[in-house]
Each structure stands twice: as C-alpha cells, then as structure tokens.
Design a protein around this ligand. Structure first.
Ligand SMILES: Nc1ncnc2c1ncn2[C@@H]1O[C@H](COP(=O)(O)OP(=O)(O)OP(=O)(O)O)[C@@H](O)[C@H]1O
Ligand code: SF4
Ligand SMILES: [Mg+2]
Length: 372
C-alpha cells in the first residue's frame, strides 16, 4: 500500500526518534481495523512534536506502537539509531526506560491499591537503581519537581488526589528512570481548562530541567501549538500535514488542518469560520477506510483524483509538508492556491486566542499541587 510518504523526515543522524511507514492493524473477526496506516514521524533531541487529530484517528496507537506495545504490524521505529521492532526481552525493556509513555487517563493508569511513594519507587526497584534511601530521595525529588509536597503525597493513594494531581503523579513516575523522550498521550484532555495550563507549564519546565524530548499527543490544535516545535496532523490512520507550527497555523495547507483550526472555539460570536472549512460528517470506519485520500468523504475540495490516487507527502514551504492533491497553499493544486490571508490570519488569531498568551495562563498556583 502506498504510504503518505517521507518527504518530511529529516536525516536520520539528526533525529532521536524516527518512525517510518508505521502500520498497526487489529484483527476484527475476518476484517482488520486499520488504526495506523503508514505513518512516518521523526523527533530531534530537545524538540516537542505535537501529534494531533480527532478521536479515533490513531494517535494513541501510534504512541503505544513506538514503545512496541502493541508491536506494529510493519514499519520501522528507530530510537537513538536502534531499531526497536526487532528487539525483545531485556534489550527492549532497557530501551523503554529511556522512552516513557504517559497514558491518556491519569487516574486509571495509577494502581489504586498502592501508595504514591511505592508507585514511584517501583521502577527504581525493578531496575535496581540505588539503595532504599537513594530511591526514597529520588521519589521525593520527583514529587517536588511536579509540584506535590512529598510529605503529604508519599503515603496517599491515587484516589485521594484530583485529576490534575494524578497527572502530576503520572509525570513524576515517567521521570523516575531519567528518560530521554516522553510520549505524553493527551496529558491534559481530561482536566479542567485552568488545570490544563498548569500541567502544560509544568511539562515545559520539566523539559528544560531534565533535557527532555517530547511527543505531545492531543486532539486540540490550540493546545498543541502552545507546546510544540513541530506539528503532525493525523486523519484516520495517516498523516495529512507536518511542519513548523507557525506556518501551519497561519496558513494550513491541508483542508483537514484548516477544518481543525476552524473548529477551535472563538469567544467573539462575530467571527465565523468559512463554510468550506467547517468539518461535516463523522470519521469513517477504520475497518473500511475510503480509497485514495482518506479525507475525501468529508473534504470540500475532493475530486475524482482523490478517490483514485493516494496523495503523497510533499513540501509546500521551507518546513511545511502536505499530503493532498489540491492543497490550500503551494503549487500542484487547482490554481486556487492559498486562500491564505483571510484563512490564515483568521485561524492564527483564533488559535492564539484559544491557546491563551505565549505561556498558558492559570500559572499562579502552579507548583503547590493544588489542582482542583
Ligand atoms: N486494541 C484494539 N483493538 C481493536 N481496535 C483498536 C484497538 N486499539 C485501538 N483500536 C481502534 O483503532 C483506532 C485508533 O484508536 P486510537 O485509540 O489510537 O485513537 P486516538 O486517536 O488515540 O483516539 P482518542 O483521541 O479517542 O484517544 C480506533 O478506531 C480504535 O477503535
Ligand atoms: S487529496 Fe483531495 S480529498 Fe484529500 S484533502 Fe486533498 S483535496 Fe481533499
Ligand atoms: Mg488516544
């Protein structure tokens, strides 16, 4: 099957993580769920890649397949030059200590029967890192780093904390083995807006403090813009658009990206998205994805070619790549080119407003662990 191409990938020696043509399919009776169908992404050390798309498009499956849970059906996942798809046993477990995943639901991902101190110390015990007093010191340091008082938090169980506090505990657990890369799967979607900002700022601070590289999964483009150095937009198991967040938000090239941007709520009722950008219909079933371009059943620009031929990723700017036969910017479309200024500026404003200022608001109480 033709993938969506790799034109957007950087040279391998520049990247910490490089995923190429990742395919994940789940059996469903005699059929298959095509959850991820040829996704290629890469992340340089120190970058934050925002992976965005609506519910069910395959974001979590991509994140999990990177750490080989589940094993991809095919494709390559290279981390620090090591191919992970062929690894097993201790070698794979060893790599996973440097490559952590924060799960989508902060509360259910923590064992309700264990005390927080034990939850955090467990990876240190399993990997025999330090003696008991060193492990205790490390747990206290991690709790402190995520803004929770170790004296209060250590002996409590997860259900005694709020959602935001549980997310802080999940982040602390991910830090215990000093990973290089953390995949954060929708770390703020389940949280109140004010708490979201606190967690986003916390991740930003921890990234600096611990030299982390992040893959940040979200369905909300406004959130992703705030944290990302590069953005990849996903639709029904495939990538649509990849590149520099500013370029993508100011002038989206893929009709789906434009639709996602148009769907960001704007406080001013006088500002309405263009009709062409409003996303109608539901995500088609991944059991039987549309031929050609998977977005064609909802795309206002779709033509015959879109059903017959899958679009390949190609450059439309210095760091902007799109998989579309008739993109909104660049050459190769129908000559309609960019509806740029109106669309782009409008969307940029919307996303900026929705995302808040440069640094997310609600930061005042950050650090005291008092998330509501
Ligand atoms: N273990 C599984 N078995 C069968 N189908 C699965 C499995 N895991 C995921 N899927 C299907 O794969 C598709 C992608 O799911 P995934 O959870 O990766 O989406 P997502 O983008 O993370 O969505 P959300 O934003 O809701 O978390 C969905 O159709 C989902 O139902
Ligand atoms: S390839 Fe065709 S259907 Fe797909 S996004 Fe582009 S114009 Fe729309
Ligand atoms: Mg998910």
């Amino acid at each position: 099957m033709a993938g969506t191409g790799t034109a957007h990938l950087r040279p391998e020696d520049e990247t910490l993580l490089r995923v190429q043509d990742l395919v994940v399919e789940f059996p469903a009776g005699r059929r298959k769920v095509h959850a991820v169908s040829g996704v290629s992404i890469d992340v340089r050390r120190g970058e934050t890649l925002g992976l965005v798309g609506e519910s069910g498009c395959g974001k979590s499956t991509t994140g999990k397949a990177i750490i080989q849970l589940p094993r991809p059906t095919s494709g390559s996942v290279r981390f620090e030059g090591t191919e992970l798809t062929g690894l097993s046993g201790k070698k794979l477990r060893d790599v996973r200590t440097r490559l952590q995943l924060i799960f989508q639901d902060p509360i259910s991902s923590l064992n309700p029967r264990r005390k927080v101190g034990d939850i955090l110390a467990e990876p240190l015990r399993i990997w025999r890192r330090g003696d008991r007093s060193e492990q205790l010191a490390k747990v206290r340091e991690a709790l402190d780093a995520v803004g929770l008082d170790p004296d209060v938090a250590m002996d409590k169980r997860p259900h005694q904390f709020s959602g935001g506090q549980c997310q802080r505990i999940s982040i602390a657990r991910a830090l215990m083995l000093e990973p290089e890369l953390i995949i954060c799967d929708e770390p703020v979607s389940a949280l109140d807006v004010s708490v979201q900002a606190q967690i986003l700022n916390l991740l930003d601070d921890l990234k600096e403090r611990y030299d982390l590289t992040l893959v940040f999964i979200a369905h909300d483009l406004a959130v992703v813009r705030h944290v990302s150095t590069r953005v990849a937009v996903m639709y029904l198991g495939k990538l649509c658009e990849v590149g520099d967040p500013d370029a993508i938000y100011e002038s989206p090239a893929h009709p789906y990206t434009a639709a996602l941007l148009a769907s960001i709520p704007v406080p001013d009722p006088a500002v309405r998205p263009d009709d062409e950008d409003v996303l109608g219909g539901d995500l088609p079933s991944p059991l039987d994805p549309p031929s050609g371009c998977r977005f064609r059943t909802r795309c206002p620009r779709a033509r015959e070619r879109c059903a017959a031929e899958e679009p390949e990723m190609r450059a439309v700017g210095p760091d902007q790549f799109v998989a579309c036969h008739f993109p909104l910017v660049g050459e190769g479309g129908d000559g309609a080119g960019a509806p740029a200024a109106a669309d782009g500026d409008g969307h940029a404003d919307q996303s900026a407003r929705a995302a808040g200022s440069e640094r997310a608001d609600g930061d005042g109480s950050d650090g005291d662990g008092s998330d509501a």
